[in-house]
Ligand binder design. Structure first.
Ligand SMILES: Nc1ncnc2c1ncn2[C@@H]1O[C@H](COP(=O)(O)OP(=O)(O)O)[C@@H](O)[C@H]1O
Ligand SMILES: [Mg+2]
Length: 250
């Protein structure tokens, strides 16, 4: 579904945000890009969304250039700050996506908000909603036209921990129901382990893929004591905090 091949991104000024990245994501797969600030996660996501172009290498989404895939409505994107129109209600915001891209099989906006637990809030304006609700509306806007791929950049990063945890569980339910292909940017080991099939750990200066790991199935059913899950979390934490130098065995 997604192919990234030998992709580098150098910004004017010389920062190499991505250095020779190779990555494939299969249909229906949930992949997290995990890593410290500045390692190129958002840059990679923006390339997948067609919001920026690589300096070299090839990015394809469903066999198309990302810009073209976007034009066909194959991609939905949500960022950390909800991009809602303040003068439109929650329902009108979700409808706005369909005014821009209408596709066969799109969700009904009111039905989607109901599934998102926002049935009673469709006629509320963004400022009348909590941060967690705004983010659910934001994700509804990204999903309503049923894109094949959902790209999420730290969607819960600005929320408090309790809201974040409950939204993580909620997102897992939504995604397993829609069978979406998802790429999630996060710097939270818990979020990555709870949601993903695979975790791509990145490191900065220049932005590179450090390692790719399969998440034990037990993690997605919430069994945090399973030995395989404990080992994976420990491994990721060590890597993330630089305890194990790049290239060394875990
Ligand atoms: N538009 C830009 N112009 C110049 N440098 C940028 C730009 N966007 C990101 N960078 C730099 O590229 C690197 C990777 O940034 P980013 O992809 O935002 O990292 P992350 O999302 O992992 O925190 C950082 O060093 C950042 O400062
Ligand atoms: Mg970022």
């Amino acid at each position: 579904m997604i192919t990234v091949s030998q992709v580098s991104k150098r910004f004017p000024g010389g920062t190499v945000a991505l250095d020779q990245i190779d990555l494939t994501v299969a249909r229906g797969e949930f992949v997290s890009l995990l890593g410290p600030s500045g390692c190129g996660k958002s840059t990679l996501l923006r390339l997948l969304a067609g919001l920026d172009t690589a300096t070299s290498g090839i990015v394809q989404v469903g066999g198309l250039a990302p810009v073209e895939a976007c034009r066909r409505g194959a991609i939905g994107v949500a960022f950390q700050r909800p991009a809602l129109v303040p003068s439109r209600t929650a329902l009108e915001n979700v409808r706005l996506t369909l005014e821009i891209v209408r596709r066969p099989g799109s969700f009904t906006p009111a039905e989607l908000l109901r599934q998102f637990g926002l049935e009673a809030f469709g006629h509320h304006y963004p400022h009348q909603l909590s941060g967690g609700m705004q983010q659910r509306v934001n994700i509804a806007c990204a999903l309503v036209h049923r894109p094949e791929i959902l790209l999420l950049d730290e969607p819960f990063g600005a929320l408090d921990e309790i809201t974040r945890e409950s939204l993580t569980g909620w997102l897992r339910g939504v995604i397993s129901a829609t069978g979406q292909t998802v790429v999630l940017v996060t710097h939270s080991v818990e979020e990555a382990v709870t949601l993903s099939h695979r975790i791509v750990l990145m490191r900065p200066d220049p932005g590179r893929i450090h390692s790719v790991s399969e998440v034990p199935a037990a993690a997605r059913i919430g069994d945090w004591t399973a030995p395989a899950v404990v080992a994976e979390v420990t491994h990721l934490r060590r890597r993330l905090h630089g305890v194990v130098p790049a290239g060394a065995a875990a």
